[in-house]
Ligand binder design. Structure first.
Ligand code: NAD
Ligand code: TYD
Length: 350
């Protein structure tokens, strides 16, 4: 892997992955980051990478729906491997307007697969980053394994399921060297504050309402983003071609418990609210999300037993790191909260 195309590298997990790859691993090649810079792509997340690795990091603002531009990038940078993150990723947005989810998650993935097939033997590895949401919702018991049938419930998860099937088909039909990972909910630095944890952290700091959907008893299996990055790199280096791997932190938690922990940590770190009430008093139950999956839980035995991967963070250490990151990265937070980064993108790219 000399010229690795990372798609969606300006997003939450992609930006963490590029930092991890260039700063913490033995990867010696070049990263070519193709990102459309939607509302979820924040160039500031990679500003230090651009400075530190001018020879080994290239940024291209492009839509993975634009096959001609992609084809040009494949040729110009002699792409020989792909780690594919680019996606529309927020379930709530997919309920309101599914269109972009179909275009980016399905057609965009198809374009990348098709170009990869066309360059033949030069393509060493296509790693597809996916989600556990493709498996649908669990009851009180059981875990998602790699054998669990797909049963997606939201336009987001259905579009990701579709992309997973295309990746599998390109391996079976054309022998494209692929690996796939299905990961549970991530949290950590650079996450856009529309997702549960950063939204609650920033709202709680700013003394704003904390909207909990439904009864707040939905369960997610939280994994620190750094652990997701190390799992992906482990699969890319040691995974078996054609295989899929589930990634999870064995950390199931009800939403309400997550929000309570955030409130309690903040009460200690920055003190109680100005009216001296604990931050838990900001929690408000709101109308539930339609089709809201009740419980996700990952069995990550395969990646642990076969590839030796284990998460390094517990939920307590990861959450504390995350809260401290949002508290000490005011410029990133203000940029994203104010929408200033969107003006910057317009000025630079038109
Ligand atoms: P994100 O929304 O933070 O970032 C997505 C990135 O993709 C952004 O930089 C955006 O600009 C870019 N993008 C969107 N449409 C594009 C297009 N048409 N062309 C090029 N770039 C485009 O998402 P994330 O949370 O970092 O998720 C990354 C991947 O990981 C997704 O494929 C997602 O399904 C998967 N995943 C996410 C989680 C999670 O908890 N966040 C868990 C498991 C899997
Ligand atoms: P989210 O971060 O949107 O991830 P996903 O839907 O992909 O799991 O939501 C995580 C959980 O938190 C989910 O059960 C919905 C819930 N949630 C709230 O209760 N309030 C909120 O404001 C948000 C954004 C999510």
């Amino acid at each position: 892997m000399k010229n690795l195309l990372v798609t969606g590298g300006a997003g939450f997990i992609g930006a963490n992955f590029i930092h991890y790859l260039l700063e913490e691993t033995d990867f010696e090649g070049r990263v070519i980051n193709v990102d459309k810079l939607t509302y979820a792509g924040v160039p500031e997340s990679l500003a230090d990478i651009e400075k530190a690795f001018p020879e080994r990091y290239v940024f291209i603002k492009a839509d993975i729906g634009d096959k001609d531009t992609l084809a040009h990038a494949f040729d110009k940078y002699e792409i020989d491997s792909i780690c594919h993150f680019a996606a529309e990723s927020h379930v709530d947005r997919s309920i309101v307007s599914p269109d972009e989810f179909i275009k980016t998650n399905i057609i965009g993935t198809y374009n990348l697969l098709e170009l990869s097939r066309q360059i033949g033997g030069r393509m060493r590895l296509f790693h597809h980053v996916s989600t556990d949401e493709v498996f649908g919702s669990l009851g009180d018991d059981g875990y998602f394994t790699e054998e669990t049938p797909y049963k997606p419930n939201s336009p987001y998860s259905a579009s990701k399921a579709s992309s997973d099937h295309l990746v599998r088909a390109y391996h079976k039909t054309y022998d494209l060297p692929v690996t796939v990972s299905n990961c549970s909910n991530n949290y950590g630095p650079f996450q856009f504050p529309e997702k549960l944890i950063p939204l609650m952290v920033l709202n709680a700091i700013e003394d704003k309402t904390l909207p909990v959907y439904g009864d707040g008893l939905n369960v997610r299996d939280w994994l620190y983003v750094g652990d997701h990055c190390s799992a992906i790199w482990t699969i890319m280096k040691k995974g078996r071609i054609g295989e899929t791997y589930n990634i999870g932190g064995r950390n199931e938690m009800e939403n309400i418990k997550v929000v309570e922990m955030i409130c309690d940590y903040l009460d200690v770190i920055v003190g109680k609210r100005s009216n001296r009430e604990p931050r838990r008093s900001l929690m408000t139950f709101v109308t539930d999300r339609p089709g809201h999956d009740r419980r996700y839980a990952i069995d990550s035995k395969k990646i642990t037993d076969q590839l030796g991967w284990m998460p390094a963070e517990s939920f307590e250490t990861g959450l504390l790191k995350t809260i401290k990151w949002y508290l000490s990265n005011e410029s990133w937070v203000n940029n994203v909260r104010s929408g200033e980064y969107l003006n910057w993108i317009k000025e630079h790219y038109g």
